[in-house]
Design a protein around this ligand. Structure first.
Ligand SMILES: NC(=O)c1ccc[n+]([C@@H]2O[C@H](COP(=O)([O-])OP(=O)(O)OC[C@H]3O[C@@H](n4cnc5c(N)ncnc54)[C@H](OP(=O)(O)O)[C@@H]3O)[C@@H](O)[C@H]2O)c1
Length: 381
């Protein structure tokens, strides 16, 4: 019988050939291990960090919408959204067991099933383990819509991480995962609030060393945290050896000063690269009337969006495109992963990384103090 441990070790065989040390990642990029059918139009030139783990390009795709966030999306919609992203050259996809309690992983894995494993990078997350819930009842206040059929408990132990990765592989139907993020270990997690530090202690003893071990074994290529606050990332940089972090909601056109002041310098010091999640603040910067994942839009944010939209219009710039390029501009950012619930959205988002934006647009946003004066701009606007 194959033990859990044996099962997961087998994934190392698949990844070992392409595994690389974070220190070798520039060489990795140079060797062009990814062979995307590069679309005719290249990305706008963005600054890139010299060391650290780098993703194939700045334009990636997130899997929250694939978990039926905010509304139900069909399998076809999500498959077509991924296909449109793929056609546009997107080769990095992020998901989580939490997104629709497995639905996002099932859908993303289904799309990637027949793709050449060396052609894309996949991240998923750990920290929750799931079991069947035959009496599952839909909760209208839940972000995930439709049937879920599972319940979860938090588990940031070493064994919990191994179990979670194995479960993810089975849901994905794939033989390996490239990046693992420790998910929602953060004070904004409503299940934890101020107790998040207790979960953090469990992760510090369990998940973190275990993921370092899995990286050394070649089972995964990189790990970090996937969180919506800065503190857990700063704390992890002090006590463990992550190579990449997913920071969501903290570096967007709307809200970014804290990341510039505290997050970027701390990551730069350790050559830890950043993936930017929720670059549209969960749709707000694409015109949706919701901000991030709560029920309220912070005071003044609608007015701020209106002012930025007016300036964008004057410069013939699409605000969503500006938002995606803003998040992609810093060298420390290796990829930005907008979510999309249909193919038009994902195609438009990928196109946004290839669109020229006049330098005067950024100048005016800075002059009007709508964005931070020290926020990097795309290299060639
Ligand atoms: N803690 C974490 O690790 C964490 C937290 C948050 C996010 N993330 C990652 O970051 C990814 C991105 O975040 P997100 O998907 O929540 O939010 P987002 O990228 O800021 O916004 C995505 C939503 O905006 C709307 N949208 C996107 N492109 C559009 C377009 N071209 N035109 C019109 N509307 C558009 C869609 O809303 P509708 O579907 O309603 O149309 C879409 O679902 C996630 O998918 C996930 O992979 C990670």
């Amino acid at each position: 019988m194959v033990s859990r441990r044996d099962f997961i070790t087998k994934t190392a065989l698949a990844t070992a050939a392409t595994a690389f040390s974070p220190l070798l990642s520039s060489a990795f990029a140079a060797e062009n291990q990814f062979t995307p059918n590069q679309p005719e139009m290249p990305e706008v030139e963005f600054e890139q960090m010299k060391a650290g783990y780098r993703l194939p390009n700045k334009s990636g795709m997130g899997g929250v919408a694939a978990g039926n966030a905010f509304h139900i999306n069909t399998n076809e919609q999500i498959n077509e959204a991924m296909q449109a992203a793929w056609n546009a050259g997107v080769r990095y996809f992020d998901t989580s067991p939490f997104y629709g309690y497995g639905l996002s992983e099932r859908r993303m894995g289904h799309f990637l099933f027949n793709k050449n494993r060396n052609e894309y990078v996949l991240s998923t997350k750990v920290g929750r383990v799931f079991e069947p819930e035959p009496n599952f009842k839909e909760n209208p206040n839940d972000i995930w819509k439709g049937k879920l059929n599972f319940k979860f408990k938090y588990d940031y132990s070493a064994a919990g991480v191994r179990r979670s990765v194995e479960d993810s592989l089975l849901r994905l139907g794939l033989s390996s995962i490239d990046i693992v993020f420790i998910h929602d270990l953060s004070p904004d997690n409503g299940d934890m609030k101020e107790n998040w530090t207790e979960y953090f202690q469990q992760a510090q003893k369990g998940a973190m060393p275990e993921l370092t071990k899995m990286r050394e074994e070649g089972i995964i290529k990189a790990w970090g945290l996937g969180v919506n606050r800065i503190e857990p990332i700063l704390k992890t940089l002090e006590v463990a050896e992550p190579t990449i972090m997913l920071s969501a909601t903290q570096y967007s056109l709307m809200y970014h000063q804290d990341a510039l002041s505290r997050l970027f310098p701390a990551c730069e010091k350790k050559d830890v690269s950043l993936v930017i999640g929720a670059p549209l603040n969960a749709g707000f910067l694409a015109g949706k009337d919701r901000y991030n994942y709560g029920n309220t839009i912070p005071e003044g944010y609608l007015q701020k969006r209106n002012r930025m939209s007016a300036i964008a219009q004057n410069h013939k710039v699409d605000l969503r495109t500006a938002a995606l390029q803003f998040s992609a501009a810093p060298a420390i950012v290796t990829s930005v992963i907008p979510g999309a619930s249909n193919p038009k959205q994902s195609a438009d988002n990928a196109a946004s990384f290839k669109t020229r934006i006049p330098a005067d647009f950024w100048k005016e946003l800075k002059k009007e103090k709508l964005i931070a004066a020290n926020a990097p701009e795309p290299k060639l606007s």
